[in-house]
Design a protein around this ligand. Structure first.
Ligand code: FAD
Length: 518
């Protein structure tokens, strides 16, 4: 069975028995990728339950170095999570709700340790939001049963998507594998179920006995990053100023974007030198902002209060946020994408090059293709990359360098502040033509044309590739071929690692050959 079915069956088989659980000392919410107090389904339900039972609400978060390792979580993302936990602890403290954070070295020890904590706190009911990765679904399915055996109820609630996986089916009753018809159904579903955009109120204040009963939890501190995911002092400072933490910050970004930029989003979003997108992805990934809140806020700014009519920029932005739902639906329905496999099995037979030197030039932004190098350096410096550039560099790695796209996927995860398995896997599958609803394999981005089209003046390249400062005008896109080789060389800029035409032909042949194999 799919891991999501395992979880659903564990939840439904424990439903009746758990009504007999005797009231104890607390109700508990487990934070994961939902680091906010506003519009958090599980936190809200936990708070309601605590109120109903007259019990204190306790919140906790588990840091696991091994789990970070397994998920390839980037140090910049770990740092962002920890900074968000600091803010969250303060916010919850105002409501007399403790946030307890503990490090558990090994991921397989997490359920056991949680059970110990729940027993220590005399928990009646554990609430958490669902995560759709395979290991998480399996773990939660096991935990639901483990909790019940110990007289504790557990709820795992759908919250991260606007429309939960499994809700939308094509005419033939199957999960959609193509975005456009899926999106049409998604829009109709949200219009038919307006409650899906209703927000969950923040938790109520804890009864005063919470501080007396659990003083140690209020005094606990947020651990620092595990050694394998630590940043240098300079990096910490840089990322803190680029990406301030907390749900208020996320809300402020959303408000500013909707007031100032969203109407021009359709026309400007593809130009990396313009800050025309929301840069909210780190907040969606950490859960400091819910997709529900974001879409409702955007829609409420629309002239029609519809998702697919009215202001063009708003429609387009909503359809982009919906991609996030789409890829989570794909992951829940086809869990094998989580197991290092291509969505399209026929693409498993491509002979990749595995050229370490080439891969190194890509990772460090030294390919000699200015638009590719600018993008990779943006990633290394900020932990984030513009969407157009993600497509360009992913296509370049898979098709020009013929490097296994999974190596690029992993590199992205270990460097992105917004690293999200489903979206990242989906984006790489799209660019490498191996994924769900991909680019056809024979559509190979020409980096030069992409550069001329989306960074016409070269402002983005100039910002990130300082070696090309001396190169004037359009030569910036291809300095060695456009009469500025001397300036590029003087700046120390490398020549192209591969020739465009040759690598294009090699790619076409190799993909074709791979597809022809059994
Ligand atoms: P906006 O343009 O303001 O869009 C708003 C939100 O919509 C984003 O924050 C994001 O949550 C969602 N969104 C937009 N485009 C997409 C998309 N194509 N797929 C899924 N969600 C989307 N996004 C991640 O959040 N995490 C990743 O790890 C990730 N890896 C990617 C890898 C590749 C190779 C590609 C091509 C795309 C990847 N994306 C990923 C999608 C997209 O590039 C980012 O979501 C976007 O650039 C974030 O910037 P923004 O918040 O300003 O986006």
């Amino acid at each position: 069975p799919r891991p999501i079915d395992l979880l659903n069956s564990a939840l439904s088989s424990t439903n009746r028995e758990r009504d007999n659980i005797e009231a104890k000392n607390s109700v508990v919410h487990w934070f994961k990728c939902d680091l906010r107090t506003q519009d958090n389904k599980s936190l809200h339900m936990a708070s309601e339950k605590a109120k109903e039972e007259g019990l204190p609400l306790i919140a906790f978060y588990i840091i696991s170095p091994q789990d970070f390792e397994a998920h390839l979580t980037a140090p910049v993302r770990v740092d962002f999570i920890l900074r968000n936990l600091e803010v969250l602890k303060e916010e919850l403290g105002k409501l007399d709700i403790p946030l307890y954070v503990e490090t558990v070295e090994k991921r397989k020890e997490i359920p056991g340790r949680i059970l110990e904590l729940l027993k220590e706190w005399g928990a009646r009911h554990l609430f958490t939001n669902v995560e759709y990765e395979v290991d998480e679904l399996r773990r939660e399915a096991k935990m639901v049963e483990m909790c019940l055996e110990n007289g504790i109820a557990m709820d795992v609630l759908p919250d991260t998507c606007v429309v939960s996986p499994g809700e939308l089916q094509s005419g033939s009753g199957k999960q959609y594998a193509v975005y456009t018809p899926w999106f049409r159904t998604w829009v109709a579903h949200v219009h038919d179920h307006p409650k899906l955009l209703e927000q969950f109120p923040p938790p109520s204040k804890n009864p005063s006995k919470a501080r007396k009963t659990f003083p140690k939890l209020f005094d606990s501190t947020i651990p620092s990053a595990p050694p394998n995911k630590s940043l240098t002092a300079e990096e910490k400072k840089r990322f803190k100023s680029l990406w301030p933490a907390g749900e208020e910050e996320a809300k402020a970004r959303l408000t500013k974007f909707c007031e100032q930029k969203i109407s021009g989003y359709t026309d400007h979003r593809n130009f990396p030198s313009e800050a025309a997108t929301s840069s909210l992805s780190p907040h969606f990934a950490a859960g400091t902002l819910s997709a529900r809140t974001a879409i409702k806020y955007a829609r409420d700014h629309n002239t029609t209060k519809k998702l697919n009519a009215g202001t063009q920029g708003i429609q387009t932005w909503i359809s982009e946020v919906a991609w996030r739902d789409f890829y989570k639906h794909v992951l829940a329905n086809w869990p094998y994408v989580c197991m290092n496999k291509s969505f399209k099995p026929e693409y498993t037979n491509i002979s990749w090059e595995y050229n370490d030197e080439h891969f190194e030039t890509w990772k460090t932004g030294q390919t000699g293709y200015p638009i590719v190098d600018a993008a990779m350096r943006q990633l290394l410096h900020t932990g984030w990359m513009h969407n157009r550039c993600r497509m360009i560099v992913a296509s370049f790695l898979a098709k020009h360098l013929l490097t296994d796209w999974r190596m690029g996927e992993a590199f992205f995860m270990t460097h992105l502040i917004d690293g999200d398995f489903a979206s990242n896997n989906g984006g790489w599958g799209f660019a490498a033509s191996t994924g769900v609803d991909p680019q056809p394999y024979f559509r190979i981005f020409n980096p030069l044309l992409q550069s001329e089209k989306f960074d016409a003046e070269g402002n983005y390249i100039r910002k990130w590739v300082k070696e090309l400062e001396g190169v004037k005008g359009k030569a910036i896109h291809d300095p060695y071929e456009r009469g500025c080789g001397k300036e590029a060389k003087k700046g120390g800029y490398p020549k192209r690692v591969v020739d465009h035409k040759e690598s294009r032909e090699r790619c076409l042949a190799r993909y074709k050959e791979g597809l022809g194999r059994e």
